[in-house]
Design a protein around this ligand. Structure first.
Ligand code: SF4
Length: 220
């Protein structure tokens, strides 16, 4: 996405999904290598650093940052990288592999407006899944999926439960469906929470149930 300077591109960078949002000195040095001394780096509430790099250097910067374990994402009308809790009770117990796989599948997908997904490893919900567009809460060995949360504005509100007690593969499929229905039916620059209100939770559930049964029949 072009910014104030037409030849510059915004990139979102973070350390990937781990026990908390952390960066190492090695990663910070790699990050600073491509940035001018007076460059401003935006630190977002979504565990991302936003940097500006010249258009012709995007691939080089991306490769170099990925070599030191940083993750680089597009900025704009895409699904953002998954915000997570700190997995304080352990990677397996809190489903870190599931969070990583969910992030791998959805981050960077095209959507009508920037979409913020969040994941949390237990019902304490430290990763604030209910005030993000898509929120996942792990409960024992199952996952609950919430949609349409909104943290900002006078119309801020918690997300609503779309489906509970999902296995990980069911969660991935359902999130894919939700993103697809938003892509197909969302208006240009319509936020996901507005879309959920306009389209209706029941319609969203019906769409997902129908798609699920069609896919199930196809597989037979
Ligand atoms: S949501 Fe649960 S697992 Fe994650 S940091 Fe909070 S208490 Fe720990």
């Amino acid at each position: 996405m072009s910014t104030g300077n037409d030849s510059n591109v915004s990139l979102a960078v973070n350390g990937g999904i781990d026990f908390g949002a952390k960066l190492s000195p090695k990663q910070l040095i790699a990050l600073g290598y491509y940035l001018d001394d007076d460059t401003e780096i935006e630190l977002t509430t979504f565990q991302q650093l936003i940097i500006q790099v010249s258009e012709e250097k995007v691939e080089e910067v991306k490769n170099s940052l990925e070599k030191v374990g940083l993750h680089v994402y597009k900025v704009g009308n895409y699904v953002k990288s998954l915000r997570t809790c700190n997995f304080c009770k352990g990677a397996e117990e809190e489903g870190m592999p599931t969070a990583m796989e969910l992030n791998r599948r959805i981050a960077g997908q095209d959507v009508p407006f920037t979409l913020r997904p969040a994941y949390t490893g237990c019902p304490n919900a430290c990763g604030e899944p209910l005030i993000n567009d898509i929120g996942v809460i792990k409960r024992k060995d199952r996952y609950d999926l919430y949609v349409g949360g909104k943290a900002k504005g006078e119309d801020a509100r918690p997300g609503v439960l779309l489906k509970s007690s999902l296995q990980d593969k069911e969660l991935f499929t359902l999130v894919d469906m939700v993103l697809e229905v938003y892509r197909q039916n969302g208006r240009k620059r319509e936020t996901f929470s507005k879309f959920v209100s306009r389209y209706g939770l029941d319609n969203l559930k019906t769409y997902c149930d129908r798609s699920n049964s069609i896919n199930g029949e196809t597989k037979k």
